[in-house]
Design a protein around this ligand. Structure first.
Ligand code: MAN
Length: 354
């Protein structure tokens, strides 16, 4: 697969973003949703801030209280026998390693704007900051779907009651209308299709199952973008492969003559994240026409392999113009990068390998 990574990569790094809070540092500006708005490309960045810890043996966890609009910071000793600190993203209990109890940073959504798609300026303020009790641990990984002149932005809301997927709409990227939680916990990686199909809206989603089943991609439909039903299992993880641990929707589906092209992420149980592609039927996206066996992109560049959480390429949006797809993607849970693909090349790989 021919991929042209931008010469300017990484396009946005934590050093380009000023923390909103005194005593905090920005450790990530990544996994940004993408919108074309007027004559600009907007990236809806996930900015992760954490309280600065002067002592390497002290690990801090920020928790936001939307009622008082204040942050509480909890502190843990690294040698505390009760907790596990191995994954830098989270704090877990040693006797319950399959889930976390706190995150080590708080994420929210901040907009970066660009006229040429390569050079971005990051807004001074947040666009979406935790605003309810489902978001006390943060807001993460936005995707943006334009339908008419309205932009629908969905994202993960993280709190002690789980990770759910929430939706807001905007027409100007200044103010927004809250449309509530659209998928209950645990659910992530929701991609809303950019138009109705047979009079229904469609979305891909990724329930995270605990008792049986895998981290697979499902599809649902809705009459109004808020109530979702008609759930079908769509794509499963593949054993002994680059996508054996989990898969989840990446870029908002792209309409082509041959079907809906979906770029998704797949990871190993060791959390190496690549991008894969699948083609869904234009008139019935619950039907998979083809799916690539090999990833279409793997972490190769230094900025993709090394960072806060290395070996991650994580696309949340793109812009397709004729045959060229520009993908903006998070690298190593740290920064943003950009690259281009030929849609014909992706289609060729998807169809050849199915
Ligand atoms: C995973 C990772 C983290 C994220 C949490 C909560 O562990 O994607 O980056 O903060 O889930 O969503």
């Amino acid at each position: 697969m021919k991929i042209e990574r931008f010469d300017e990569n990484p396009l946005i790094t934590p050093a380009d973003v000023k923390p909103l809070h005194d005593g905090y540092e920005v450790i990530g500006a990544f996994n940004g949703g993408v919108a074309k708005y007027k004559d600009e490309v907007l990236l809806l960045l996930r900015v992760a801030e954490r309280p600065i810890s002067e002592d390497p043996n002290v690990i801090k966890a920020p928790v936001f209280d939307p009622k008082t609009q204040s942050m509480e910071v909890l502190a843990f000793q690294r040698d505390d026998e009760e907790y596990d600190f191995e994954d830098p993203r989270m704090i877990r209990k040693k006797n319950k390693l399959d889930s976390f109890i706190y995150l080590t940073s708080l994420s929210y959504i901040r907009i970066a704007r660009s006229k040429d798609g390569h050079h971005f300026t990051v807004d001074d303020q947040a666009f979406l900051y935790p605003f309810n009790d489902y978001q006390t641990f943060g807001i993460e990984d936005a995707r943006c779907t334009q339908i008419g002149d309205t932009y629908y932005i969905n994202f993960s809301s993280v709190s002690p009651v789980g990770v759910c997927d929430s939706l807001v709409s905007t027409k100007d990227f200044q103010s927004y209308c809250d449309l509530g939680n659209i998928f209950a916990p645990e659910n992530k990686d929701v991609l809303i299709f950019p138009e109705k199909i047979n009079n229904q809206y469609y979305a891909l989603h990724r329930p995270s199952l605990k008792s049986i089943g895998n981290y697979d991609i499902w599809i649902a439909s809705s009459p109004d973008l808020v109530s979702w039903g008609n759930h079908h299992h769509l794509l499963g993880v593949r054993e002994n492969s680059w996508e054996s641990g989990r898969i989840g929707g990446g870029l908002v589906p792209i309409k082509t003559d041959e079907g809906w092209l979906v770029l998704y992420h797949g990871a190993t149980p060791e959390h190496r994240y690549c991008m894969g592609a699948a083609l869904l039927d234009l008139n019935d996206p619950t039907k998979v026409i083809a799916r690539s066996k090999q990833p279409i992109m793997e972490p190769e560049a230094n900025y993709e392999k090394n960072g806060f959480f290395g070996d991650v390429v994580f696309g949340c949006g793109g812009i397709a113009v004729r045959d060229q797809l520009t993908m903006y993607y998070g690298v190593a849970d740290t920064s943003m990068a950009g690259c281009t693909f030929s849609i014909t090349d992706i289609m060729k790989q998807v169809k050849e390998e199915s």
